[in-house]
Design a protein around this ligand. Structure first.
Ligand SMILES: NC(=O)c1ccc[n+]([C@@H]2O[C@H](COP(=O)([O-])OP(=O)(O)OC[C@H]3O[C@@H](n4cnc5c(N)ncnc54)[C@H](O)[C@@H]3O)[C@@H](O)[C@H]2O)c1
Length: 364
């Protein structure tokens, strides 16, 4: 059992990571001061696999359990879905002392967290992430929210969970592409914060994807959560340091937007974005060509759709112009000073263009 404590004064909480943890989840839920009412929010894929068994377990332990199932998929992280959930919560007379439990991937976690942050001005919230991406990233740190037709994740809040329960075993049912997508976020942590994890992954790039060594996997997930915890403790509301977690995301988000969120999985687009960001770091002479090659080699282990042939460099630059990281000085870009150390800076337009050109035209 790996326990990671997130210290945020009154909003502190624990992250527990262990294989088979879901079987004993009521015991952990009981450890926090919850009422007997639990509201599980999940999606259509995760419901029969993990939410229904969790609901049964909670009922056996004396909890009154309500479940709301949203359709699976990014398009449902929307105002329309949130509105339907509010209607249902009010119809069921769910009171403020209830606990919302998100069981699912990042879509469910972000949406359920946003509902928890806003319903009756805030109810307690537990994250049980079931994708690798959600286990290493979205369930930790308190960013919750939904998409708007004019932008992704533009409506939201910082709202910390009361507890995060991570069971790596749930990854056995995760579709392959989703596993790859989460692996991209694992590589992101290695690149920006942890050179030793980069070496570990480099030594056996496919080990994580084989889901064969649960202790090793739990350790990797724990390392990612600890790294994110350290950043969030320093900069909960992303005024500075937390921005480094957006490594690869500026160009990645642009690729997702141009392809209307239908072609790439989030992590796949981020993997392309990280290649571009590593190229920028190479062009700026921060990392050697050897390191750049090592990075692209590891990222090439992630099967991902190619950049569509019709896509242009200008389209990517245009899509980046609406990025949330733009301030009065320009677009804050995350580069690598070296493997394991990130830097936030404004990047010259010609370097940006060259790096985008590299992924759009040369790729891997
Ligand atoms: N809040 C944050 O800090 C943060 C960080 C990164 C990403 N995100 C958000 O996370 C979202 C992406 O999350 P995601 O990649 O987890 O996608 P997702 O939630 O859509 O899950 C991917 C798919 O896997 C299915 N699934 C989930 N767990 C499963 C399991 N164990 N077995 C079988 N199927 C399973 C889901 O039903 C879905 O079809 C995006 O909306 C992104 O904006 C948020």
């Amino acid at each position: 059992m790996n326990k990671i404590q997130v210290h945020l004064d009154q909003k502190s909480y624990s992250i527990y990571i262990a294989t088979g943890l879901l079987q004993s989840m009521p015991e952990y839920v009981r450890q926090i001061p919850v009422s007997r009412t639990c509201v599980i929010i999940t999606d259509t894929n995760v419901d029969p696999l993990y939410a229904q068994p969790a609901a049964n377990l909670l009922s056996q332990h004396g909890f009154q359990v309500f479940t709301y199932v949203i359709p699976a998929g990014e398009p449902y992280k929307s105002q329309a879905t949130v509105s339907q959930v509010y209607d249902w919560l009010l119809t069921e007379n769910i009171a403020r002392d209830a606990t919302i439990i998100a069981i699912g991937g990042g879509v469910v976690g972000d949406l359920a967290g946003f509902v928890a942050a806003t319903y009756l001005r805030g109810v307690r919230f537990i994250q049980i992430p079931t994708t690798l991406l959600a286990q290493v990233d979205s369930s930790v740190g308190g960013k919750v929210g939904i998409n708007h037709r004019l932008g992704k994740n533009v409506i939201g809040a910082f709202y910390q969970p009361a507890l995060v329960l991570i069971d790596p075993m749930v990854l056995t049912t995760l579709p392959r592409r989703e596993l790859y997508s989460g692996y991209a976020e694992v590589l992101k942590y290695a690149l920006i914060l942890d050179a030793s994890m980069f070496v570990k992954l480099q030594q056996n790039p496919l080990k994580l994807l084989s889901l064969s060594d649960w202790d090793w996997l739990a350790e990797i997930i724990g390392t990612c959560c600890s790294l994110k915890r350290d950043i969030v403790q320093h900069d909960e509301r992303e005024h500075g340091l937390r921005r480094i977690l957006n490594f690869g995301h500026t160009i990645g988000h642009a690729l997702e937007a141009i392809t209307e969120y239908a072609y790439f999985k989030h992590g796949e687009a981020i993997a392309w974005g990280m290649i571009a960001a590593a190229h920028i770091s190479f062009l700026k002479n921060y990392i050697s060509h050897e390191d750049f090659r090592a990075i692209t080699q590891l990222l090439s282990c992630l099967e991902k759709p190619p950049i569509p042939r019709s896509l242009t460099v200008q389209q990517v630059l245009d899509a980046m112009s609406t990025d949330k990281k733009i301030d009065e000085h320009g677009l804050n870009f995350i580069t690598l000073k070296k493997i394991g150390k990130a830097k936030i800076e404004i990047v010259e337009q010609h370097i940006l263009r060259a790096a985008i050109n590299f992924v759009v035209h040369e790729g891997l």
